[in-house]
Design a protein around this ligand. Structure first.
Ligand SMILES: [Zn+2]
Length: 199
């Protein structure tokens, strides 16, 4: 990877041998290895011993989970807040594990919509709840830094499964509790104004 970064620096018009850049390929490699470490993380290991059998069926909400990811179209960051809710059937997951699950999928090359769905699908598969909802709000640097003319570089995506899809009341309760800064796209309506691959 470091040789590629040196080539990239030269292509940018830089001198990869000047002092300030000498160790840059090493640092960039470390950064990218970390930012894509989710490819090598086993979700079952992350959830190890954190599923508990309970007699509890009220909505569980973890809101304002910070996340940082890289858009797969430009390799630039998008980042923001993730809100997760589920309604337990027989099991709950340790609350501290939710941000870990978010990290596993955020630390890959992503589009926001897929990231949102992967988090929801994983919780559905591993916890088997009556329903799961994930809402992500993010700023995309590939849009804001490049000054792309879109009305909004702040994108909101959602995945609503089970009870959150079937019951408008459950969905509204969740959305009320997380008090979004902007509107959530409709459940079936395709999002959005996140980073798109058109340029
Ligand atoms: Zn992008």
């Amino acid at each position: 990877m470091q040789e590629l970064i040196r080539k990239l620096l030269a292509e940018m018009g830089e001198d990869p041998t000047r002092e300030g850049l000498l160790n840059t390929p090493n640092r960039v490699e470390k950064a990218y290895r970390f930012l894509t470490s989710g490819y090598h993380t086993d979700i079952d290991q992350v959830l190890n011993n954190a599923l508990f059998t309970v007699d509890y069926s009220e909505m569980v909400i973890v809101k304002d989970v910070d996340f940082y990811s890289l858009c797969e179209h430009h390799l630039l960051p998008f980042f923001g807040k993730c809100h997760v809710a589920y309604i337990p059937s027989t099991k709950v997951i340790g609350l501290s594990k939710i941000p870990r699950v978010v990290d596993v999928f955020a630390r890959r090359l992503q589009v926001q919509e897929r990231l949102t769905n992967q988090i929801a699908d994983t919780i559905r598969e591993k916890v088997r709840p009556l329903g799961v909802a994930v809402v992500m709000e993010a700023t995309h640097l590939c849009m804001s830094m490049r000054g792309v003319e879109k009305q909004n570089s702040f994108a909101v995506t959602s995945a609503m499964l089970g009870a959150f899809r079937d019951s408008a009341r459950t969905r509204m309760e969740f959305l009320e509790l997380i008090k979004l800064r902007s509107a959530v796209p409709g459940v079936r309506e395709a999002p959005s104004y996140a980073c798109v691959a058109d340029d």
